[in-house]
Design a protein around this ligand. Structure first.
Ligand code: IDP
Ligand code: MG
Length: 156
């Protein structure tokens, strides 16, 4: 793979996804696509971390509810790597509102309500969001450099 195109992105199964038993399903979708898991931690987010992670939405009417929800139960925080990973993950997630997400996307297949949309992924239209979010949740030592055994078959 040409290194320039490979990147890492931050993904999180939200408390609704965890409580609905969808962690494995979400991981499978990314694994099947050919993306590589390079970091994962199962945590319950503290209020401070939630406020910082969703800082761009501070002041919006849904902010307090969003922070309350994201800290209400465990999340599966992950880092996925691959060619164009940030944009491809967002395409696989679907639109923010599951009611408008295309069938075939994670939100379009697994959710119904805007406030319970199963998954977070770094915004590919916000340059640096992926790195910022990865660094917010993970130390460098918690990320693993490795080669998937099928990598030669995934990339030309
Ligand atoms: P994204 O998750 O697709 O990047 P954002 O606009 O960044 O969407 O919003 C972050 C999260 O805030 C959404 O995933 C959703 O859970 C929640 N959210 C966004 N807009 C609303 C709203 O209007 N009402 C309730 N929750 C919202
Ligand atoms: Mg966003």
């Amino acid at each position: 793979m040409s290194d320039g195109e490979s990147e890492r992105t931050f993904v999180m199964v939200k408390p609704d996804g965890v409580n609905r038993g969808l962690v494995g399903t979400v991981i499978s979708r990314f694994e099947d696509r050919g993306l590589k898991l390079v970091g994962a931690k199962f945590i319950q987010m503290e209020d401070d971390l939630a406020q910082e992670h969703y800082g761009e939405h501070e002041g919006k009417p849904f902010f307090d509810g969003l922070v309350e929800f994201i800290t209400s139960g465990p999340v599966m925080a992950m880092v996925w790597e691959g060619q164009d990973a940030t944009r491809q993950v967002r395409r696989m997630m679907g639109a923010t509102d599951p009611a408008e997400s295309a069938p075939g996307t994670i939100r379009g297949d697994l959710g119904l309500d805007l406030g319970r949309n199963v998954i977070h992924g770094s915004d590919h239209e916000d340059p640096g969001a992926n790195e910022r979010e990865i660094n917010l949740f993970f130390d460098e030592t918690e990320l693993v450099d490795w080669n998937r055994a099928d990598e030669d078959w995934l990339y030309e």
